[in-house]
Every structure is written in structure tokens, then in C-alpha cells.
Design a protein around this ligand. Structure first.
Ligand code: UDX
Length: 424
């Protein structure tokens, strides 16, 4: 990978404090660091990342006053959280940047403020200080169509609330003023969406995904990863395991958990299932699993609270991924050639599911209510039936294309170098 020259350049990255956003931002920081930039991560107090996992970066916490603002911290109410963060963090970020500028060595400079697209206030702060603002998009580039084109086709099933419309309008405004956008995607995955965005967007877009593959980064999990599941995977046959995880925010009902349990048990496939705290509101989740389920499954199933997901998906024993279609999970699965069973829960996950099942054709949609018979059937279709063989082959083809993207001369590789040149 190309590196900077002797010049000491610092990039300041502004985090949106949820797992699905922290991961790509810290991965992007690792890419920039490998190119020679010094990195400062500015983050709200809520859901602070663990600095000891990234000793090469400087972490600065800014007050978010979320408790004072009486905002619900539940991900379900996340638009009011976005609005509160944008209101409360602007002045602290400005102070923090002024301090950095004051204390910097004369030969150092801030090359840009890279902010999560949901932390759009950072663009205003960057404008005020005469610094370039760069918007980081942790979702599919197609989601940008909502920001850069006034009336895109609605690809998702929800009607926008007032808070959502306010966030979209403010994010659009910031995007228009930004010096560049960085998207965690690969050109070949989203050709149509990207050419439309380039037509409409005033800011250049750099597609340098999947971030986690361009430069190896340490884990940025907020929850402790359970390493036991890797030793359990080591004992399973190649491509036999279905990995089940619904990301960091989605929630399920108690009934859903019971249906999933019996669907997995009756499928006869080995499974690794993440039941994270908060997946089922008002319950730990695991106490809902009937004793008869545990008896039937025995050593064939492994249940953990949080898994080292990238390592899991790269493991030879994993043959399929039942996912909620979060964008990070989608890219991590594509990078390892793992076919998916898709059950989107909210927001961009519906759009991602359409890409996976109907555009790239590397997954099956699990629609309607979760019911044990349908789950069992879908797992068998993906993992055992002839239909699944074709889908799994396509997933492997996509993995190869992704590898080409990341190699010297590939689109993501070149785009990351182009970004460095442009920002200098
Ligand atoms: C949310 C949205 O759903 C997603 O589409 C958006 O782009 C970012 O915000 P989330 O629901 O958490 O994110 O899903 P996802 O994007 O898949 O991110 C989850 C991350 O947590 C992934 O990087 C995954 O590797 C990690 N993870 C998940 C673990 O490390 N261990 C687990 O057990 C589960």
C-alpha cells in the first residue's frame, strides 16, 4: 500500500457510538494509519470504545449530555439519539479541535475531519475551522441515494418519521458541503447505484471497502468476544455449520427465540448462535430455550453471547450465515464467500437483503413470521439442497472478485491511494 512522505498529517475521526458504526470507523482509521497518518478518534461518552485495543490511536472523549437531554438510549429510538448527539456534541468537538490545533507541532497539520454520516454536525465544525470535512458511509452506497437525490425510490418498507426526515435533510446538507465521501463498499457490488450517485453528488466518492480487509485491524467489540466458539468450530466438519447472528441492535420476541431454537434443532445441521444481551427485550434469551431443545441438540449446537464474527465467518467449518443483513455482516460474509439466509429487521437491512438475494444471488430470503418448520426448510435449502450448492458457488465467486478489488490495481486498493493523493 502506498504511504505518505515525510509530512506529518493527522486525521481526526468522529465516531457514531454504536457497534455497527464503531467497527468500520476504527477499521478505516487502521487503513489511514497504515498509510502514515496520525489518528485521533473523537467519540461521545456513550458506548466509548476501548482505547487499549488500539494503542496506535489517540482517543478523546467529548461530553454528549445524553442523560441530561433525557434521550432514550435504546437503539429503537435512535433518530432522537442522532438529533441529540448532533446538537450536544458540536461545541465540544469545536473546542477539542481548537485545542488540538493549538497544541500541534508547527510541522504537523490536520488533513481532514472524517465523520460518520450520522454525525453531520462535524461538517459544520470543519467548515467553521476551515478544515476539509469527509463523510464516512458505513452502509451500502445505494443508501446514499436517499441523501443525494431528493426523491429516490423507496427501497425500504418504513415511512419516514419527522425525526428521520430531519436527519436526512441535515445529512444531505452536510454531504453537499463535504470535500469527499468514503464508502465501505466495492465498485463491482454496486455499479448502478454508484454511477447514479456520481451523477448527482457534488463531492467525490471513494469506494475503499471492505475496510476490514484492506488493512488488518484489532477487534473493536463493545462486548467480550467468546473464544470458545472457535475451538467448538475446530471440531466441526468443513462447511457444515450455520452461523446465526442478528448484529448489535436488532431485537426479537420470546416466541421468535423458541421458533428459531426448534428450527435449528430440527434442521439437523450444526449451528453457532449468538444470543447477545438485549436481543430479547426483558430476557437473557437463553433461559427461554426449553430443556428438550438442549437434550436434542447436545454438542451439535454452540450458543454464545458475542462471537469474534470475522474469525467465525473465515472459519472453514462455516457453510452458511443466517443474518439480519447489517451492512458490516453482509460485507464480512461476502469477503469470506459465505452464503446467507436473510431476515432483515429494520432500516437499510431490507435494501441489503435485496442485494444479497436478488442482485448478487448469494442468499435466500426468509420472509414472513419466524416459524420452526419454515426455518428448518430454509436452512436445509441453503446448506444441503442443490439450490444451496448454486448459491454457495456464487458466494465463492464473489469472494474471488472481492480479493481482486483489494489487490494492487484493484478498485478499492486504487481508490484508497487516490484518496490519499487528493486529500494531500
Ligand atoms: C447497524 C445496521 O444494521 C447496519 O446495517 C449499519 O450499516 C450499521 O448499523 P448492526 O445491526 O449492528 O449495525 O449490524 P452490522 O452492520 O452487521 O454490524 C455488526 C458488527 O458487529 C459486525 O461488524 C459484526 O462482525 C460484529 N459482531 C456481531 C461481532 O463481532 N460479534 C457478534 O457476535 C455479532
Amino acid at each position: 500500500m502506498e504511504k505518505l512522505g515525510e509530512q506529518a498529517s493527522r486525521l481526526v475521526l468522529v465516531l457514531y457510538p454504536f457497534q455497527g458504526h464503531i467497527n468500520p470507523m476504527l477499521q478505516l482509521a487502521t487503513i489511514f494509519h497504515s498509510k502514515g497518518y496520525s489518528i485521533t478518534i473523537v467519540h461521545p461518552e456513550f458506548n466509548s470504545p476501548n482505547p487499549s485495543n488500539h494503542p496506535q490511536f489517540t482517543f478523546i472523549s467529548i461530553p454528549d449530555r445524553l442523560l441530561e437531554s433525557k434521550v432514550s438510549l435504546s437503539p429503537g429510538d435512535f433518530m432522537s439519539l442522532v438529533l441529540a448527539l448532533n446538537k450536544n456534541c458540536a461545541a465540544p468537538l469545536k473546542q477539542c479541535l481548537k485545542r488540538i490545533l493549538d497544541e500541534m507541532h508547527p510541522y504537523e497539520r490536520i488533513a481532514g475531519i472524517v465523520y460518520d454520516a450520522l454525525m453531520y454536525f462535524a461538517q459544520t465544525v470543519a467548515d467553521d475551522l476551515g478544515l476539509p470535512g469527509i463523510s464516512m458511509r458505513p452502509t451500502a452506497a445505494a443508501m446514499l441515494l436517499f441523501a443525494v437525490i431528493p426523491h429516490p425510490d423507496q427501497a425500504m418498507s418504513e415511512n419516514p418519521t419527522d425525526a428521520m426526515s430531519e436527519v436526512r435533510a441535515a445529512a444531505l446538507n452536510a454531504t453537499k458541503r463535504s470535500s469527499a465521501m468514503i464508502a465501505n463498499t466495492m465498485d463491482f457490488l454496486e455499479e448502478a447505484a454508484l454511477s447514479k450517485i456520481k451523477e448527482y453528488s457534488p463531492a467525490p466518492i471513494f469506494t475503499i471497502g471492505p475496510f476490514h480487509k484492506l488493512a488488518p485491524s484489532n477487534s473493536s467489540s463493545l462486548l467480550k468476544e467468546d473464544a470458545y466458539c472457535i475451538s467448538w468450530l475446530d471440531k466441526q466438519a468443513p462447511k457444515s455449520v450455520i452461523y446465526v447472528s442478528f448484529g448489535s441492535m436488532a431485537s426479537l420476541s420470546k416466541q421468535d427465540i423458541v421458533e428459531i431454537a426448534w428450527g435449528l434443532a430440527n434442521s439437523e445441521q450444526p449451528f453457532l448462535w449468538v444470543i447477545r444481551p438485549g436481543l430479547v427485550l426483558g430476557s437473557e434469551g437463553t433461559e427461554l430455550l426449553p430443556e428438550s431443545f438442549q437434550e436434542k441438540v447436545g454438542e451439535r449446537g454452540c450458543i454464545v453471547k458475542w462471537a469474534p464474527q470475522r474469525e467465525v465467518l473465515a472459519h472453514d467449518a462455516v457453510g452458511g450465515f443466517w443474518t439480519h443483513c447489517g451492512w458490516n455482516s453482509t460485507l464480512e460474509s461476502v469477503s469470506e464467500g459465505v452464503a446467507m439466509l436473510c431476515k432483515p429487521c429494520f432500516g437499510d437491512q431490507f435494501l441489503n437483503m435485496r442485494y444479497i438475494c436478488y442482485v448478487w444471488k448469494i442468499g435466500l430470503e426468509l420472509d414472513n413470521e419466524l416459524e420452526r418448520g419454515k426455518i428448518e426448510g430454509a436452512i436445509k435449502r441453503l446448506m444441503v439442497d442443490i439450490e444451496g450448492v448454486e448459491i454457495r458457488n456464487k458466494a465463492m465467486d464473489l469472494k474471488k472478485k472481492a480479493e481482486i478489488c483489494l489487490r494492487e490495481g484493484g478498485t478499492s486498493y486504487s481508490s484508497s491511494n487516490e484518496f490519499t493523493k487528493r486529500i494531500l
